[in-house]
Design a protein around this ligand. Structure first.
Ligand code: 13P
Length: 260
């Protein structure tokens, strides 16, 4: 048994909702109220809201143990003339604890390179936020047998820039691009293989950090498939898009994580 395998049961499961560019004050109010009332388990729950709603959600979450996160963060530190940018310090100031970095939609639609993602990862940590680093291959890359190489490259860019110690305070999310919003989930075995690869990459540099690293799966996670995904050795929870906008469905996913 490897160190990574042995320690897997020690990690607390995390279920994160990524609302993307969805919602309104009214819909978010209803969603958060239902989640606060419905969250009963021991897993962690995290909500990554659009920027304009962060403070409202933070206020609604006061007194609950549900965590708040952002969907992105600026590469820029401190303050300055960076129109449109939102710093990690601002996000921490309004109550965020986590920041998603390198989501495939940022990489593909907004041209974020591995180098930019690494800068964002470091900027989040510098502000005291836990970065959720997203990695994952496209359908073409998977079909060409390049999944391992792509994930390795995406991970290495951040490992080289931030160092392995930074992963003691980070989360990784494996999100195969072909599974995002498509209803096509990776099989538990497909996801587990990549999660194990990610953990062993970290373990080559630091076995303790690797064994504590929370690695989420994202891509069409639903109430009906969450349990089988979360049963896998190296899958420590989910990063959920569409299903996180529906309180009952998100709570089903959350309950599946809490049951492990
Ligand atoms: P879906 O759950 O809608 O497939 O989205 C996954 C995702 O991109 C979460 O970040």
């Amino acid at each position: 048994m490897s160190a990574a395998t042995r320690a897997s049961s020690g990690r607390t499961k995390l279920v994160a909702g990524n609302w993307k560019m969805h919602g309104s004050l009214a819909s978010i109010d209803a969603l958060v109220s239902a989640l606060v009332a419905g969250k009963k388990g021991g897993a962690k729950m995290l909500l990554c809201a659009p920027y304009p709603y962060l403070k409202t959600v933070a206020d609604r979450l006061a007194g609950s143990d549900i965590l708040l996160g952002s969907q992105d963060v600026s590469t820029r530190i401190g303050s300055g003339a960076f129109t449109g940018e939102v710093s990690g310090a601002m996000l921490a100031d309004v109550g965020c604890r986590y920041a998603i970095v390198g989501h495939s939609e940022r990489r593909t639609l907004f041209g974020e390179s591995d180098a930019i993602v690494a800068e964002k990862f470091k900027a989040a940590q510098q502000a005291g936020l836990v970065p959720i680093l997203c990695v994952g291959e496209t359908l073409d890359e998977r079909e060409a047998g390049r999944t391992e190489e792509v994930v390795e490259r995406q991970m290495k860019a951040v490992l080289d820039a931030a160092g392995v110690a930074a992963f003691a305070n980070a989360v990784v999310a494996y999100e195969p691009v072909w599974a995002i919003g498509t209803g096509k989930t990776a099989t538990p075995e497909q996801a587990q293989a990549v999660h194990a690869q990610i953990r062993s990459m970290i373990a080559r540099q630091d076995a303790t950090i690797a064994s504590g690293l929370v690695i989420l799966y994202g891509g069409s996670v639903k109430g009906g498939n969450a349990a089988e995904l979360f049963a896998m050795e190296d899958i420590d929870g989910g990063l959920v898009g569409g299903a996180s906008l529906d309180a009952a469905e998100f709570l089903k996913i959350y309950d599946a994580a809490s049951a492990r």
